[in-house]
Write a protein that binds this ligand. Structure first.
Ligand code: FAD
Length: 282
């Protein structure tokens, strides 16, 4: 299939793009790497009358740790840029983010797809969305009304739905703190496919001691979710296996063509335990 017809607008700067989006209203969509949107348009799942191409806005392509100690990622930074970022750009303790890139699609997709595009797309199995929820990322959105910061807990609202307004452009994603003992792992039928279930863990650990931690899951609900019941097991000194069991018990994943609810629970048990072990070995 080919997309329905649309008008193409090339943005010259963020402000101009936001004003244009406000003028065009619901009939317009931002296009960044095009790796999700073009497929949706080709299948006629999306039929925007206008595309506002922000791909040339180099000011949105940056990566680095700021004076605040947080990792700042421009929305147009590609998955591949993060995957091959030198340690001084990514910063100490953010290896979980670099390592997670290898799970995203294939090299051509990672070379064109952007961090902002993945977050704005809001796929409940996406690695970036899961990392954002795990590590309490914040989203900087720009519109003609100014800029606002949205915490990850308020950004993902449901399947492919975020808190971004139609005239808002996601300009930066901020990871406020590192996760030196964090890991993300997942299961897909083939390497490069979207995950059926993904698990991410951020342990509060020192030496061989685990003081607590956070568990987040993708592919088990309409958006990535934290699992406080599993966190409680870690805080109480429980085993990684018990933590994984608590996570599987706490959620009620949907069944679909990729697997039943029970199958997803089985994956959760395996993946959470594996993520805990990987996080501990960092
Ligand atoms: P686009 O496709 O250009 O846009 C996606 C959506 O985000 C659109 O609604 C667009 O309007 C909006 N948008 C984009 N940028 C902004 C912005 N700055 N502000 C506001 N709105 C914006 N992803 C995974 O996470 N894991 C995978 O395993 C994976 N596998 C893939 C396999 C294949 C075969 C393909 C084709 C894609 C796969 N992807 C996967 C998707 C990929 O990561 C995309 O890069 C990503 O989802 C979208 O990024 P993009 O820059 O291409 O965004």
């Amino acid at each position: 299939m080919k997309p329905a017809s649309f008008r193409y607008h090339r943005a010259r700067d963020v402000e101009g793009a936001a004003v244009l989006l406000a003028e065009l209203g619901d009939d317009a969509k931002v296009i960044a790497g095009g790796q999700s949107l073009v497929a949706m348009m080709s299948f006629r799942l999306a039929r925007p009358g206008h595309l506002v191409d922000i791909g040339g806005l180099r000011e949105l392509d940056h990566l680095g740790v700021g004076a605040d100690g947080a990792l700042h990622i421009g929305a147009l930074t590609t998955h591949r840029t993060v995957e091959i970022a030198p340690p001084h750009e990514l910063g100490a303790g953010f290896d979980v983010i670099r390592d997670a890139m290898g799970w995203i699609g294939h090299l051509p997709i990672r070379t064109r797809g952007t961090v902002g595009g993945s977050m704005a797309h809001g796929d409940p199995t996406a690695e970036w969305c899961l990392l954002a929820v795990l590590l309490d990322a914040e989203f900087v959105a720009h519109s003609p009304r100014g800029r606002r910061r949205v915490p990850a807990g308020e950004f993902f609202l449901g399947y492919y739905t975020t808190a971004l307004d139609p005239d808002e452009i996601l300009v930066e994603i901020v990871f406020p703190r590192p996760g030196p003992h964090a890991a993300l792992t997942e299961f897909a039928e083939r390497r490069g496919d979207f995950a059926i279930v993904a698990a991410a863990v951020d342990l509060d650990a020192g030496g061989t001691t685990v003081r607590g931690g956070r568990v987040a899951l993708g592919g088990v609900a309409a958006m990535p979710v934290r699992v406080p019941e599993a966190d409680a097991v870690l805080a109480a000194g429980g085993s990684f296996r018990d933590c994984a069991e608590a996570a599987a018990t706490a959620v009620d994943p949907p069944g679909d063509a990729n697997g039943s609810s029970q199958y997803r629970k089985h994956l959760i048990r395996t993946l959470v335990e594996r993520a805990c072990e990987e996080a501990m070995s960092r």
